[in-house]
Design a protein around this ligand. Structure first.
Ligand code: SF4
Length: 419
């Protein structure tokens, strides 16, 4: 069995102050400031009423046009490059395999999640269409333009999946249905399956059913926080945000009923103050329900209420990434693992040789999310550099190479045995 004693001295893989994990006390968001009345609800974008003219590339120095879903959606920089709408190259990747779409409105998302670049408090200084989200810009594009490009040859598209991210807005259900229907009317979901990243706060069981009836393949819930206390602190009443842990679970259980095993899951951000034991218990709970966890490494998003806090130290992240992969795809159980008095993994509960093989395969350290067309444990949603800079990769958007595996092993504190 692989048993690891954690060092108490600072290591180059540790975060600030030599910590090898982000403890709860350190990870407190700052309080949101009051938004001036003339900046609330996208008021000036609506007042200026500048007509959109096709693709809008985020630019905080010009007035954002008056764009809204379902006619317009935003898409990740990686998806825009892959579609040919934007120029640019991504370190180590030719393209992304997931077309991530985000509903868009001048009012933006009405929630205030502390780690998120799209949060409501940002209306004080940045229009919604200009906000960074998971470290990148999100250009706005007419939905019909996107469908026209992909519908030319869906079978041979670089995209293995499309995903609609709902935000917290009174129109988000209706517009999700419209965007989904427009897509499935022209693109066979068997060629490019669709995932829904839902907004449980405003959804009912019927809404979940409707996404299934319109052709969605997987339904996910962004729990993001790993415990009810952290959820409340980062996306509930702690930051004047409307979300409730219990509602997220209710909708996820509806999705389990409607979509079935392996077709639902939850997003979790690692390193916001939970222990490794807590997050891995949640991973186990999801697997026991028949679902999957999709993991993100906490990164202090610029402009968010947590942008002053440390990114998750690589030690903590790698341990959780590896243990989560073992639970999700290799039939390991959290009960077989061992943890120290701070909840850190000390033993993965499987034989050393098997663990070494799994580490060397590298899949455990790739971006996790809904599957693409390669194999079940390789995510279509590769989100290049959504949770780290390319200089210190957290989630690998490509198959880690030998030198990457050596680095990962050092970060895990497991001896390097590769040549
Ligand atoms: S609901 Fe989603 S998009 Fe809105 S602030 Fe929270 S995490 Fe960001």
């Amino acid at each position: 069995m692989s048993c690891i004693e954690h060092k108490t001295t600072a290591s180059p893989h540790n975060g600030e102050a030599g910590r090898d994990h982000n403890p709860f006390d350190v990870m407190a968001p700052r309080a949101p400031r009051k938004t001036p009345v003339d900046r609330k609800n996208g008021k000036h974008v609506k007042a200026n009423d500048i007509p959109p003219q096709g693709v809008y590339l985020p630019n905080n120095n010009i007035l954002a046009p008056h764009m809204k879903s379902p006619e317009y959606v935003q898409l990740s920089t990686a998806a825009a490059i892959t579609l040919g709408i934007m120029g640019g190259r991504m370190y180590g990747c030719e393209c992304t395999r997931c077309l991530n779409l985000l509903l868009t409105y001048p009012e933006g998302c009405r929630a205030n999640c502390a780690y998120c670049g799209l949060a409501r408090h940002r209306e004080a200084d940045r229009d919604y269409a200009d906000r960074n989200f998971i470290r990148v810009d999100w250009p706005a594009v007419p939905m019909t333009d996107i469908i026209d490009i992909v519908a030319r040859d869906p079978e041979n598209s670089p995209f293995h999946r499309m995903c609609i991210s709902m935000i917290t807005h009174p129109r988000s259900e209706e517009d999700t249905f419209t965007v989904l229907k427009q897509w499935t009317d022209r693109i066979d979901p068997a060629a490019i399956p669709v995932s829904i990243l839902s907004n449980p706060t405003t959804m009912t069981r019927d809404d979940v059913q409707r996404t299934r009836d319109l052709g969605a393949d997987i339904f996910t819930v962004a729990l993001d926080a790993a415990t009810p206390g952290l959820f409340d602190r980062t996306r509930g009443k702690g930051v004047q945000s409307p979300h409730k842990w219990s509602k997220y679970w209710d909708i996820m259980l509806e999705a389990r009923d409607i979509f079935g095993p392996q077709k639902f899951g939850a997003h979790i951000i690692v390193g916001m103050g939970e222990t490794e034991y807590e997050v891995l218990n949640l991973v186990q709970e999801l697997v026991d329900l028949g679902g999957h966890s999709h993991m993100f490494c906490f990164f202090p998003e610029q402009g968010s209420l947590m942008d002053h806090l440390p990114a998750t130290p690589r030690d903590q992240w790698r341990r959780v990434q590896l243990a989560r992969y073992l639970i999700d795809y290799r039939d390991a159980r959290v009960e077989q693992m061992r943890f120290d008095d701070q909840g850190r993994v000390t033993d993965y509960g499987i034989a050393n040789a098997e663990l070494a093989d799994i580490i060397d395969e590298g899949i455990a350290f790739r971006t996790s999310g809904c599957p693409g067309k390669f194999q079940d444990d390789i995510s279509a949603c590769d989100r290049p550099y959504g949770d780290s800079p390319p200089s210190d990769i957290a989630s690998y958007p490509f198959a880690p190479k030998k030198k990457d595996i050596k680095r990962i092993r050092r970060q895990l504190d497991i001896p390097v045995t590769l040549e």
